[in-house]
Design a protein around this ligand. Sequence first.
Ligand code: XLS
Ligand code: NI
Ligand code: NI
Length: 436
Amino acid sequence: MQAFPNISQIKYEGPKSKNPLAFKHYNADQKIDGKTMKDHLRFGVAYWHTFRGTGSDPFGPGTAIRPWDDGSNSVENAQRRVRVAFEFMEKLGAPFYCFHDRDVAPEGRSLKETNANLDAVVKVLKREQRRTGIKLLWGTANLFSNPRYVHGASTTCNADVFAFAGAQVKKALEVTKELGGQGYVFWGGREGYSTLLNTNMKRELDHLGKFLHMAVDYKKKIGFKGQFYIEPKPKEPTKHQYDSDAAACLNFLRQYDLLNDFKLNIETNHATLAGHTVQHDLLTAAAAGALGSVDANVGDAMLGWDTDQFPTDIYLTAQIMLVVLDMGGFKTGGLNFDAKVRRESFEPVDLFHAHIGGMDAFARGLKIAAAIRKDGRLAKFVQKRYASWDTGIGAKIEKGQVDFRALETYMLAKGEAARCVSGRQEMLENLINEFI
Ligand code: XLS
Ligand code: NI
Ligand code: NI
């Protein structure tokens, strides 16, 4: 039985195609700068949104029609869902997926029963991965839905809850390793606070540091080779999340001596919630050598929460791909569509439209970014803008050869600094538009 009987393999038909179930730009095997689009973009499907999202919101229940899902919490239903997920990803041509432990398998009455449920589903995931060649980009643990995590997981005031979270992550790491996951994400679910009146921030942060060290130790112990990532987000569900943006995460990792073991997974809509552009957070991570992966989505410019929409804006995807290409491409990471169809888009076919649109938008972004780099004017402009650092006093400062006294001697002799030249923002914006 197929879940999408009327949909066959999504093919590349080129920019002139009017077929909504075809790629206009994503041509998996087409090479850009010597590498296939598939290898550049490393698309992942987010299990939680695409196979567990119901379209519910605070004002009403789910609307999504998912004929294969009986709505129960049974292991059989979860296993059937896995087969549907792989049919979907195979037809879409997505090379990767990402999941939380609780997306794929139901919780039982005890940790033991829950772990057994997970094992039963992981068996099917493994079989389907082998059958299709689709790989796990990263795994993660849901440390935020169950009411036990009401005060947080590793930053909870309740030591037993910390212990439960540790046990849960231990199992999630084992399962991610078992499935050949290329990475593992820590998104700080409820690691934050609603009010400082009841919060010992220092103690909570120390506990988070301890927790992550335990994860690093266990990773080494079981020989899991995947990359660890932290995913910044400033708010939602808590008023203030400790991992609020790339800079806060890097500072935390440095303070707790974890920087060598983690990179960042940057999500567009999280960066914008933090009051940044996504390029800002990508570049902040990249500058620290810590840009690992991307949760590809977008927010709504008029709404102030994590709307997790599929990215369709090629201006945005081009800017993201410029950073990715500049850093030499993804290694273990990729573009995971942490995005959901709108509540009003409740038919199964909408899942295809959404992902096709996102993949096409990033394929265009990739082509645009590669063209901008090949053209070279943008990079050359930036390089020239800093030319005063390449020779003379600038080069000496960069090499650490001068102190304040030397700077004074230099300026007293010169009398006044060389004139600054225009930043040419508008010209550069026009230049970018040549390629869009
Ligand atoms: C929530 C996060 C979450 C992480 C994985 O806002 O984006 O989905 O990506 O736990
Ligand atoms: Ni995310
Ligand atoms: Ni998110």
